[in-house]
Ligand binder design. Structure first.
Ligand SMILES: C[S@@+](CC[C@H](N)C(=O)[O-])C[C@H]1O[C@@H](n2cnc3c(N)ncnc32)[C@H](O)[C@@H]1O
Length: 307
């Protein structure tokens, strides 16, 4: 047996001159590979091995399906989303000072609880936009417990700032604390506890200065608050001249039941070709991306091009 194996080794190492199998048959035109004798050993072994692998894969699939079903039951049993519970879980389970650990802990919590956060799939879409746009001034409407704020902050370029707006005082407090837990400082972000409409009206002065001169405007706006406010807030941002004229991305998070709002936004944007780009893409997570640029034409949502 060991002799056969050593011949096999020799055959692989030096095809050609050494291609003489023990029986003395010269087979230089055969494809290189294990000799026939070895294949005869491997063949019967491979059948049970493949069977075992298939069984393991099936068991893993069954286990994953079982875990998924159990998580759904747990989510149902635990009832609606609760910012206080989310905050307590993330605060106690994550590694403080590490943004990635904070995000992973949010995601872990979301496996077994209903939550309001953007979540992993939409989060990856958001990451992609933030990296692409490298925004210096970001406005987030709907801080919640701070998941999307942490995702955004960790990818901002040096000097980038996030202004997060949250109408619910408890969520504003809890969200701000988790952003701090993730390691961000107040020179990088600020939380405004008020409605989006109030925040937008109040933003005019800081962005334009006392004389009303242009100081840049917003590079990115993330709307993840109340979809009924998306269009009024977009109009207000336009009206106050808060979107950077050279280009501002407006992301609107849709969670599957806002088709009327989505259509209204599309109509508004489509009616202003001088201010918005014209193509629309829709991502898996349902984040619509509107591109504002004065005197140009284009509108997008991340993912497939719709038109
Ligand atoms: C879906 S949650 C935000 C989740 C957050 N973006 C995240 O990923 O963690 C929506 C939040 O928007 C807030 N909200 C709803 N309407 C608002 C408004 N008009 N202005 C400001 N915040 C609002 C709600 O209180 C809630 O905390």
């Amino acid at each position: 047996m060991s002799k056969v194996l050593s011949t096999a080794r020799l055959n692989w190492a030096a095809p050609g001159a050494a291609n003489q199998v023990p029986g003395g048959v010269f087979h230089s035109d055969l494809p290189h590979g294990p000799p026939l004798s070895l294949q005869m050993w491997l063949l019967p072994l491979s059948v049970p091995l493949l069977g075992l692998l298939a069984l393991l894969a099936r068991q893993r699939g069954i286990l994953a399906a079982g875990r998924g079903a159990l998580n759904r039951v747990l989510r149902w049993a635990r009832g609606p989303a609760c910012p206080r519970r989310t905050h307590a879980f993330v605060f106690s389970q994550c590694t403080h000072g590490r943004a990635d650990s904070v995000l992973e802990t949010f995601d872990l919590h979301a496996e077994t609880h209903h939550t309001l956060e953007l979540g992993r799939v939409r989060g990856v879409e958001l990451d992609e936009v933030v990296v692409r746009a490298a925004p210096r001034r970001v406005l987030e409407l709907g801080l919640g417990c701070g998941y999307s704020a942490v995702r955004t902050l960790r990818l901002l370029p040096p000097g980038g700032r996030l202004l997060a707006v949250e109408v619910d005082p408890l969520s504003a407090e809890l969200g701000e604390e988790l952003v701090l837990v993730a390691g961000f400082k107040h020179h990088q972000f600020e939380v405004l506890t008020c409605s989006s409409a109030e925040a937008i009206a109040g933003l005019r002065r800081p962005l334009h200065g006392d004389q009303g001169e242009e100081e840049g405007g917003l590079d990115l706006v993330l709307m993840d608050h109340d979809p009924q406010h998306y269009l009024p807030d977009l109009r207000a941002l336009e009206g106050w001249g808060l979107l950077r004229p050279g280009g501002c991305l407006v992301l609107m998070v849709f969670r599957g039941h806002d088709s009327v709002v989505r259509q209204e936004v599309l109509e508004h944007v489509g009616s202003r070709p001088q201010s918005y780009s014209s193509s629309v893409r829709s991502g898996r997570g349902g984040i619509m991306e509107v591109q504002y640029r004065e005197e140009t034409i284009s509108l997008m949502s991340s993912g497939d091009v719709i038109g």
